[in-house]
Design a protein around this ligand. Structure first.
Ligand code: GRF
Length: 208
């Protein structure tokens, strides 16, 4: 089977990027890592793994940035765009351009806790279960069709750091898994429906 060319977009430390690199998926080739922050730790991880890196931080308007990002991505002709802690809201035009080919990981059990500070909000809400979600990216923030979720328990004496670490461990498992399904050509987006092996995906059972 041909390798799936992907690009990974980051803004920070890049632990999800590392999990994708460390997975050494024979069906996946990371063509480039693109960051909007020159100091993102993930850039170093990419360079250590001999992956090309790009930094886009010199743009004044959102339109200019999105255009430059699109040009940069398209240079690598990826078949999948992987957002891994990419902290910028992308314009609807940009997102629609890559519909069905762009995925994101979010640190909550969506649709719960969209947006930022998910672990803090989960603790404040005293939920018993928290987790992470991989989803296709659509124009509405953190609302795209769900590919896979992982649940973790929340314990009464948890703090944000402990809970974040527990969730992150699961992120590092499910993101490479979702990318692998895509590389195997088993995963598709049909309208708002995610299909795995041409069947509507069952999100709650993790599909293992
Ligand atoms: C992760 O929690 C991810 O779910 C969220 O941003 C964080 C990125 O962490 N979108 P890292 O840079 O992959 O370590």
């Amino acid at each position: 089977m041909k390798k799936l060319p992907i690009v990974v977009l980051i803004s920070g430390r890049g632990s999800n990027l590392k999990a994708i690199i460390d997975a050494k998926d024979p069906l996946v080739e990371i063509k480039a890592v693109i960051s909007n922050k020159p100091q993102a730790g993930g850039l170093l991880l990419a360079r250590q793994a001999n992956i090309k890196t790009e930094v886009l931080d010199k743009f004044t308007t959102k339109l200019e940035f999105d255009q430059a990002l699109q040009n940069c991505i398209d240079k690598y002709q990826p078949k999948l765009i992987v957002l891994a802690g990419f902290m910028r809201i992308l314009s609807p035009d940009f997102v629609n351009h890559y519909q069905g080919y762009m995925i994101n990981i979010h640190p909550s059990l969506l649709p719960a806790f969209k947006g930022l500070n998910t672990h803090k909000r989960a603790l404040e809400a005293k939920v018993k279960q928290h987790g992470a979600t991989v989803h296709f990216v659509t124009a509405e923030l953190d609302a795209g069709p769900i590919i896979i979720q992982a649940q973790v328990p929340v314990y009464p004496d948890d703090n944000e750091d402990i809970l974040a670490t527990r969730v992150l461990n699961e992120e590092h498992r499910i993101y490479p898994q979702a990318i692998h399904w895509f590389a195997e050509e088993r995963l598709q987006l049909h309208g708002q429906q995610v299909l795995l092996d041409n069947q509507p995906i069952e999100v709650s059972n993790e599909n293992f």
